[in-house]
Write a protein that binds this ligand. Structure first.
Ligand code: KG4
Ligand code: ZN
Length: 370
């Protein structure tokens, strides 16, 4: 099949990173990131110990123009074919900023707008740099998401498991906050854990009776907070608790991934499929190494994209839009911006399954945010 070479501008603003990128994919399927600029808001949120949605939305408004100008300048002499923007899931104020900007830009240039699911961006991110073939298994593990997905094709995803409460990165951040380690907590907790004894504290194991691939971290968070208040007196105590927490999170990620790999192999007759890990938590060395070992044990090839494409970025959004465009051959409204696209705070990748087997009941939170 010959595919149309395309150059797409991507925009990402669903959490605390404003990002714009230009990505090209040629007729042979070779991907080139022509520019990828990111403005991280970590400093603005640090004093609150987490992302404040209003601060995030305002910061996106203030920075997006400049970032787009920089991304276009860095990409050089290009002709854009389309604009891809995150339309959800995420913090609604931020998503609206990026999507509105994209609509204005698309209108001004008379280009099609492709609304992209942020999770799909993560799902395809490994294809920015690696020759990852469908189907593959993905563990998306960040501050906002924790799920296992079977990635069958562009636009064809099966969610094998997701968190029923917090995301893994959120657990790292919240426990680090209780221990006074600052924000974001993941890297600080990992550093502190290096001096610790992971066997010192026994922490609860979540969803032990279940045989599925869902995650839960809230019990661990409560238990760790209790130990922190009652037993952590010295630097060594703190390091031991960090090491124990990291080991508990690692174990849960490994157990569910192992289960998902076995299920994936039963469903798909592929030799040496890829196991891709994406999201900020993939930066954790202990977690990475453990997942590498589990992949090898199950005959999977372990793939971890470079960290800059693992954490939130716009190159993955551009690629997701581009791959949809290339797969369809044409846009539904070629030459016109899709002004009807709505910003969605929640948007499961696998909508059919999330309706037939919802993680949350209709009251309260509808569908895991992660
Ligand atoms: O993908 P990301 O940049 O943003 C989203 O949440 O979408 O992920 C950030 C998360 C934070 O929760 C951060 O604490 C966690 O990834 N993280 C880590 C490490 N580096 C970042 N968690 C554990 N160990 C690390 N080394
Ligand atoms: Zn993300």
């Amino acid at each position: 099949m010959t595919i149309k070479p395309l150059t797409v501008l991507g925009i990402e603003s669903s959490c605390d990173e404003t990002a714009v990128a230009v990505v090209r994919r040629d007729a042979a399927g070779k991907v080139e990131v022509l520019s990828s600029v990111i403005h991280s808001q970590v400093v603005a949120h640090a004093e609150y110990g987490g992302v404040v949605p209003e601060i995030a939305a305002r910061s996106h408004v203030e920075t997006i123009d400049d970032l787009a100008a920089r991304a276009l300048a860095e990409a050089g002499d290009i002709t854009l074919d389309a604009i891809a923007a995150t339309a959800g899931p995420g913090l609604i104020g931020g998503v609206m900023v990026g999507l509105s900007f994209a609509k204005g830009f698309a209108l001004a240039r008379n280009l099609p707008l492709i609304p992209v699911n942020h999770l799909e961006g993560h799902a395809l991110s490994a294809r920015l740099t690696e020759d990852v073939r469908f189907p593959f298994l993905l563990l998306l593990v960040s501050g906002g998401h924790c799920q296992l997905l079977s990635v069958k094709d562009v636009g064809d995803y099966e969610r094998l498991g997701t968190t029923i409460d917090d995301a893994a990165g959120e657990a790292f951040d919240k426990i680090a906050k209780v221990l006074g380690l600052g924000y974001p907590g993941g890297p600080a907790l990992e550093a502190c854990a290096r001096m610790g004894d992971a066997t010192r504290f026994t922490l609860p194991r979540a969803l032990l009776g279940r045989k599925d691939c869902d995650f839960s971290f809230s019990g661990l968070k409560t238990a760790a907070a209790k130990v922190a208040h009652e037993e952590v007196r010295t630097e060594q105590d703190r390091a031991d608790l960090c090491a124990s927490v990291q080991a508990a999170i690692t174990r849960q990620l490994v157990e569910r991934s192992d289960r998902a790999m076995k299920g994936f192999k039963e469903q798909n007759n592929v030799t040496g499929p890829d196991f891709v890990v994406a999201g900020g938590v993939a930066a954790n060395t202990a977690i990475r190494n453990a997942l590498k070992e589990t992949s090898a044990k199950n005959g999977f090839t372990f793939v971890a994209p470079p960290l800059k494409y693992c954490t939130d970025n716009a190159a993955m959004i551009a690629l997701a839009g581009l791959e949809h465009y290339q797969k369809q051959g044409t846009m539904p409204r070629d030459g016109h911006a899709d002004m009807a696209a709505l910003a969605r705070p929640r948007w499961p990748l696998d909508e059919a399954r999330s309706k037939s087997a919802p993680i949350h009941k209709s009251q309260g939170r509808k569908g895991a945010k992660a």
